[in-house]
Design a protein around this ligand. Structure first.
Ligand SMILES: [Zn+2]
Length: 303
């Protein structure tokens, strides 16, 4: 008698254990191919209907993890926040913060030649909002776009740098549309304050990035914007050889009063080999000086 009771208890425990394990297996892994009769034999005791329903609906396994392909990366889309253009506030004239003018307090001249690869765009010369350049996806980049001329030159410069010093240049940020630039500027004011924003961030239309000719770069193993990039082995190589491919270092240290921006050790501009080489050979450090148009307070706003 006792033995029969023990046997019955053991059988019951085994049934519970098996049904429990079966539920767990179906919950966490959808590969269970238990026949439905087995499921029904344990499901009539309690609230396992939900489990059964689930296991039925999960008959077709859904992979939870989709590996990202690395061999042929697809370019990530450029975010396009609300493209809201805010007219500059120019009442009262320019407002300066530590040598950097608030771009919203100066009226910019809209350039008529935004398609010119050597066009000057800064706080005083703005690209038209309607201008969108022809763009291609750039190699050696985080899915970034550039104008075709700049993309080809970038590829050549990258390959030369790799061949000569073994540094793998990487494009972090290329073309940015008007909406992205607007978002970036407004976000910077919130994040770092107006004075630093005026030093480092471009107001919509006053940025070179919507031209498709500006490149924020580093090396592939450190794909972040770094002040110090210009001082690295790769940065020094670009500084010395960039002009051979049409690039200039756009915001050198100590030229903020001329360019309107503080030093940016990562930002380069494609201007074409002719202009870049002429600047290099003549020792002209900024595009403003090349055109004889250093950052100035417009005469309208002289005190
Ligand atoms: Zn930049």
């Amino acid at each position: 008698m006792k033995r029969r009771i023990h046997t019955a208890v053991i059988a019951t425990v085994l049934t519970i254990l098996i049904s429990g394990a079966g539920c767990q297996t179906r919950d966490t892994s959808v590969t269970s191919s238990q026949p439905s009769s087995s499921a029904s034999s344990v499901s009539d005791s309690s609230s396992e209907n939900a489990t059964d329903t689930t296991s039925t609906s999960e008959a077709t396994p859904t992979p939870e993890y989709t590996p990202t392909p690395t061999l042929s990366p697809t370019p990530s889309p450029i975010p396009t926040p609300v493209p809201e253009y805010v007219e500059p506030i120019i009442e009262g004239g320019p407002v300066w913060y530590d040598g950097y003018v608030d771009p919203r307090t100066v009226r910019a001249e809209i350039v008529s030649n935004p398609e010119d690869i050597a066009v000057l765009v800064n706080k005083y010369y703005a690209s038209p909002q309607s201008y969108v350049p022809e763009l291609v996806y750039a190699k050696y980049s985080a899915g970034q776009q550039l104008r075709p001329e700049a993309a080809a030159a970038w590829e050549d410069m990258h390959d030369a740098c790799m061949a000569e010093i073994g540094e793998d240049l990487y494009l972090i940020s290329g073309y940015r549309d008007w909406g992205t630039q607007t978002y970036s500027f407004n976000n910077a004011i919130t994040r770092r304050g107006l004075d630093k924003t005026c030093c480092k961030n471009a107001y919509p239309g006053r940025s070179e990035h919507p031209l498709g000719l500006a490149l924020d770069i580093n090396i592939r193993s450190d794909p972040e914007i770094r002040d110090n990039f210009i001082n690295t082995k790769a940065g020094q190589w670009v500084l010395e050889h960039g002009h051979e491919y049409g690039f200039i270092w756009r915001y050198p240290a100590g030229y903020g009063m001329i360019t309107g921006y503080g030093v940016e050790g990562w930002h380069f501009r494609y201007v074409g080999v002719d202009v870049a080489t002429e600047m290099y050979e003549k020792g002209i450090m900024t595009l403003e000086e090349y055109y004889g148009k250093p950052q100035i307070v417009p005469t309208d706003y002289n005190e």
